[in-house]
Design a protein around this ligand. Structure first.
Ligand SMILES: NC(=O)c1ccc[n+]([C@@H]2O[C@H](COP(=O)([O-])OP(=O)(O)OC[C@H]3O[C@@H](n4cnc5c(N)ncnc54)[C@H](O)[C@@H]3O)[C@@H](O)[C@H]2O)c1
Ligand SMILES: O=P(O)(O)OC[C@H](O)CO
Length: 340
């Protein structure tokens, strides 16, 4: 770990200056969480209206009804957001990470940790977000924060547990200690890829769960889909080198439980609308849409058996209907139940 990444670490931690890149629901919620954990926070939002709203103590577009503490200083000036930062949280959508890091590159302090907070796989390349960060900002150590956590819950200070992962175990533990506060419990992990994969793929199954509910297929179908989906998640995780026990944890099983059972999840809500035959345009961000397409491609290329992911991708691109997907899944050749 670089000196910069460890600065002031250990017991009796002192406050850091944390830069949050992204003024949406999760960026704003994490900014509030960092403030509660004793850090000073500057938040970059590209949209001047969001900057002005946060200055007034609100973010009605992304976190309606939640007061934003005056300690959060928002700016649309990337240099101002990053100057003097001890740590950076990237919280723009997964498909925008490359652009966000490219915009940040010239102002990024050397050696400080980058904490990736989006959940997804790059649609065009199949790259995990940590690979994109390593490509664009090789001097900065990379970590990921993931797990079952709705922005509005975290923003309200409701009890939440997440996992912070980095290849460097000491960095992960340092970040987890610094980010934890009374109602935000951060576990640490050295399985960066496992934590990334769990967070990215659960979104695909959350869309499927919403579609099952929306199409009225019943609670039994829902449980079967989540169980067999979790097998697919672990198969793809294994192909990337994720540890199976990581996927049994907060980022993986934990986030599946949350987002496959709640319409508060935007991915579930997207699937619900799909299942009900409603219009999809204008719905909030559903990271599972691009990730389903690339996950299906990765599974096909690597010959990983992932029929639910393939079905979700095909439904989303309009190749098959939900009814056709159900028939195809239910009439696959019978087999022994293998859970790996
Ligand atoms: N909302 C949640 O509950 C939650 C919880 C955990 C993780 N996440 C993850 O966090 C990520 C962001 O989600 P969110 O909820 O904040 O989304 P959001 O739609 O609420 O906000 C996205 C923000 O990113 C900005 N943005 C989009 N493209 C950009 C670009 N090219 N450059 C700069 N800014 C850009 C938007 O202007 C907006 O401020 C997603 O990957 C999501 O899966 C969200
Ligand atoms: O609203 P979603 O579906 O993007 O889910 C938000 C978080 O990922 C839940 O952990």
């Amino acid at each position: 770990m670089t000196d910069r990444a460890m600065k002031g670490g250990g017991p009796g931690k002192s406050g850091w200056h944390v830069a949050v890149l992204g003024g949406g629901a999760w960026g704003t919620a994490l900014a509030l969480a960092m403030l509660r954990a004793g850090h000073t926070v500057r938040l970059f939002a590209r949209d001047p209206e969001t900057v002005a709203a946060i200055g007034r103590g609100e973010n009605p577009r992304y976190l309606p009804g939640i007061a934003i503490a005056p300690g959060i200083k928002a700016t649309s000036d990337m240099e101002a957001a990053l100057t003097g930062a001890d740590c950076v949280l990237t919280v723009t959508p997964a498909q925008a990470l490359r652009a966000t890091l490219a915009a940040a590159r010239d102002h990024m302090p050397a050696g400080i940790p980058l904490v990736l907070c989006a959940k997804g796989i790059e649609r065009d390349t199949g790259a995990l977000l940590s690979a994109i960060a390593a490509e664009i900002l090789p001097p900065n150590p990379v970590a990921a924060l993931s797990g079952p956590s709705f922005a509005s819950d975290v923003a309200r200070g409701l009890p939440t547990a997440v996992v912070v992962a980095a290849g460097d175990e000491a960095l992960a533990a340092n970040l987890a200690a610094r980010f934890s506060a009374e109602n935000l419990r951060c576990y640490s992990s050295d399985d960066l890829i496992g934590v990334e994969i769990g967070g990215a793929l659960k979104n695909v199954f959350a869309i499927a769960a919403g579609a099952v509910t929306g199409a009225g297929l019943g609670a039994s179908a829902q449980a079967a889909m989540v169980t067999r989906g979790f097998v697919e998640l672990r198969r793809i995780g294994a192909a990337f080198g994720a540890r199976p026990e990581t996927l049994m944890g907060l980022s993986g099983l934990g986030d599946l439980l949350l987002t496959c059972s709640s319409a508060q999840s935007r991915n579930f809500a997207y699937g619900l609308a799909l299942g009900q035959g409603k219009a999809l345009s204008g719905l909030p961000l559903a990271e599972g849409v691009p990730t389903a397409a690339i996950a299906a491609r990765i599974a096909a290329e690597r010959e990983i058996d992932a029929p639910i992911i393939a079905a979700v991708a095909a439904i989303l691109d309009g190749t098959i209907t939900i009814g056709q997907a159900v028939t195809a899944l239910m009439t696959r050749p019978l087999k022994t139940e293998t859970n790996d």
